[in-house]
Design a binder for this molecule. Sequence first.
Ligand code: C2E
Ligand code: CA
Length: 572
Amino acid sequence: MIESGKIKRRHTVLVVDDHEINRDALGAILEDDYDVIYAENGQEALDIIQSDPNRISMILLDLMMPVMNGFELMDILKKDSELRKIPIIVLTAEKSAELRALQMGAADFITKPFDMHEVIVARVGRIIELSEGRQLISAAETDRISGLYNRSFFYEYVNNLFKYHSDERFDCVILNIEKFHSVNALHGREFGNRVLRKIGEEILAFLKETYGIASRNQADRFEMFCSPQKDYHALLVRVQDAVNSISGKENVHLRMGVAPWEENSDPVTMVDHATSACNMVRGDYQNPLKIFNEEMKQTELLHQRLLDDLYTAEKEDQFKVFFQPKYDIQSDPPCLAGAEALVRWYHPALGMISPGVFIPLFESNGLISVVDNYVWRKTAEQVREWKKKFGFSIPVSVNLSRADIFEPDLAGSLSRIREMNGLESEDLELEITESAYSENANLMIDMMSNLRRRGFRLEMDDFGTGYSSLNMLSEMPIDVLKMDMKFVQSMEVSETNLRLVKVIQDIAKLLHLQIVAEGAETERQVALLREIGCDLVQGYYFSKPLQAEEFTALFENELKNGRVKHDNTRTV
Ligand code: C2E
Ligand code: CA
């Protein structure tokens, strides 16, 4: 055979079957593409193979045969480091035998009777190709700890399963160990390995009773395709019980996500769905099982759509920056003293989308800087407009996401935006959520010191939701504490809650930080905050976030009434 100028070897396939009719049938199917040789039982096949091992590219092996059956032959070949490399496709009519054969190292199986000729030719071709590329050889090895398949073989097999067995249904199951790194750290790697081994054993036992295939990857992640089960809770309990049987005081918790079979689905999508389900119950020891459902599917579709549309949205100015005023409540009457820029997405097909939907999505996909940079730019342009119109501006804060911290030239980009719009350092402030501080303390301190050196005022956002210690707070280069909304909104519920707000106020005072209370909706809340000594309030009591034009009107109106704070601002 000549292909692309190269002479390609014609492969030899050994067909091993005790029934002549089967040998003839396979011969007829394969002989156009391969040299086919035959053996009537395992022993005869072994003799042929041993006489010239390099000659055979593939074995098609029946399992039930006299003298030496297929399993016995596989067992012998498997023990020989050279002969084990010859790929085997098992010929079978029985599902349970298929699985055993696969577990013994068969690359694939073909079901009898041989009705789909093209499929058989394609399968033989594919397996030879894979085997020649040595991919299968390394992939066919099982994971030594759990005894399950490793990832590459698993996917290879599952893809074939979907391709050639489209009449079968399989659910996808993902099983994960909660905080496996802590299990290892606390009880040693040996114990960790015992847990993995136990889970592997239990999964194999389960698969023997039903039908399917499983793998372990990424240390503590088990992936499985199996016949649809009625009760996945029972399966989870079963594996959890097995783990409990080897752990005494050590608490090892499992969680499980399932993607039920869906017409026209593919393995990768199913694994994604089961993974999403499994992630949703992370840390939820009361309800450690989640089955992927329609609602989750809709959310995934929406997220995909938003991800696809992000760049167009940015280009077409679909993002709109709103401004929510901050009022100084220590002056009487309260006066306009600042604003926070908050983004919304006006999607041409989906309508207004709240940042609560797309910000966390883009954060987790590393795309948030597209939105943030846009908001910073538009905000700076708006502040320039106000300075032009009113001769000065109140300071406006923009939000920084956790991911922005990792941008190497963050301080540079923000400074450039400020300079391009002719703004002063106090015109643009930055809000960074508290949890980002505790997650990356050292990096944060570096980055913030850098921003501070360039004159930016920094606000710690959502204060009270993260885990900052007093010690940490005193080290952080911040200027403002922005108390999380939940404190203000629970202030009137109990004396303890009110005291908590006072404590936060005292901490701010102690550290010489200004305090902003977010989410004040009632007159009473504002009065209490004033009494406590809080400086600034942002909340629906004063105003919801406003479109730029609306905010300009508010600014103008407050200015007319002498209710705009001038200090801290400079005229142009
Ligand atoms: P956040 O920074 O904590 O912003 C305050 C949120 O509380 C805003 O919601 C605001 O509309 C809302 N809010 C203000 N006062 C009240 C009140 O009195 N009652 C109630 N119930 N809510 C109040 P929004 O605009 O939906 O923003 C949600 C979150 O999305 C923000 O929380 C912020 O984390 C994020 N976000 C918004 N814009 C941006 C942005 O440009 N970049 C980044 N990275 N995140 C943004
Ligand atoms: Ca904020």
